[in-house]
Design a protein around this ligand. Structure first.
Ligand SMILES: [Zn+2]
Ligand SMILES: [Zn+2]
Ligand SMILES: [Zn+2]
Length: 346
């Protein structure tokens, strides 16, 4: 039995934690710990006003025509999806591949769409669960139509919130990128999940869920379909994952009931971060099986949320690993408190 002093000493020792899926190591060095205030962002006042916003009135600002539009009871648009005016990938015409000596390349062909919710000021953390569910519904709708397009093997859905997270327009929006190639980050997880399955005959995400749901040390929230927790090997301070409780490889097969539960789970996750850290910049993205016609029975889709609380310096940039200054077990306590506070104010 360890005595209390030993336990306290261990709490302050730096730890290397291994990601069960990818095998990557993260560093948690709480000796450099900060007060909660130090994680909060120095608020930069948004420079885009409603008058000059390119997403408040997409038609007027010359955006491409909508590929999807949702309307509310009074027939006003509540959400719309249109192609990005400045796409990172241009519409798939031909899949041209070529070589130059030892090198190989192909056309950056694909689809790049923007998902915009109506309110200029309210991001997902401030919307109600059904409004968040509507965003999820739009993701699924677009996923289902893009996945069958020619040369599309992988669809990435993500949101950048705040300048530091790479958002160039302050109006809340998500992006959908459908491309011919699978991203390295997802490939690492697909391979990790497959080899874990081979060795243990079980899904690594289901194992993680089982542990987090029974020990509750890092659990922030759960409902019938989703668990929200800070991962054991958090790569950044206050990292949060939203994971379906049942083994589900494909996001696009989400049911209506699950969408409503996800609206609540994702909304709560973002709200707790918003309140605890005073609206920091963040990125979230959906990790789901590729749509390349192969089966991925051992993968388990999920959403990862990465708040930007630190500036990456030499170590982080060269290793791709952030030195996290808070243990996920402590981060979740701050988030839980913030969530309680947010929900009791409503
Ligand atoms: Zn706007
Ligand atoms: Zn699973
Ligand atoms: Zn992932």
């Amino acid at each position: 039995m360890k005595n209390k002093k030993q336990i306290l000493a261990n709490r302050n020792a730096s730890e290397l934690r291994q990601d069960l899926i990818t095998g990557d190591w993260v560093v948690i060095a709480t000796a450099r710990a900060k007060r909660l205030d130090d994680y909060k962002k120095q608020r930069e006042i948004s420079t885009t006003s409603v008058e000059e916003c390119v997403f408040c009135d997409p038609e007027k600002s010359g955006q491409e025509p909508d590929v999807l539009i949702y309307k509310d009871h009074s027939n006003r648009w509540s959400l719309r999806v249109f192609p990005n005016k400045y796409p990172a990938f241009s519409k798939a015409q031909s899949a041209r591949e070529w070589t130059e000596g030892p090198y190989f390349a192909m056309n950056a062909s694909g689809y790049h769409e923007i998902v915009v919710t109506r309110n200029h000021y309210l991001d997902l953390a401030q919307l109600d669960p059904l409004e968040v569910a509507e965003v999820i519904d739009a993701y699924q709708d677009r996923y289902l139509s893009l996945m069958n397009k020619k040369h599309i093997n992988y669809i990435n859905i993500f949101q950048n919130h705040g300048k530091e997270a790479g958002a160039s327009v302050s109006h809340p929006h998500s992006q959908i990128i459908a491309i011919p190639v699978i991203s390295p980050g997802l490939k690492l997880e697909l391979n990790g999940a497959q080899s874990y399955w081979k060795a243990n005959k079980k899904c690594v995400y289901c194992i993680i869920l089982e542990w987090e749901l029974s020990h509750k040390k890092r659990l922030l929230f759960e409902n019938d379909s989703f668990a929200v927790f800070c991962p054991f090997s958090s790569r950044v301070a206050f990292e949060v994952w939203v994971v379906p409780k049942k083994h589900r490889p494909y996001f696009e097969r989400i049911t209506n009931e699950e969408k409503i539960d996800l609206g609540e789970a994702l909304g709560n996750a973002l709200r707790s971060i918003h309140v605890a850290l005073d609206d920091p910049a963040y990125n979230y993205y959906i990790h789901t099986s590729p749509c390349d016609g192969k089966d991925y029975p051992h993968y388990h889709w999920h959403i990862e949320i990465l708040p930007h609380t630190a500036t990456w310096a030499g170590f982080e940039l060269s290793t791709g690993v952030e030195i996290s200054t808070i243990r996920p077990e402590d981060a979740v306590e701050h988030l839980k408190q913030a969530l309680y506070q947010a929900n009791s104010n409503n």
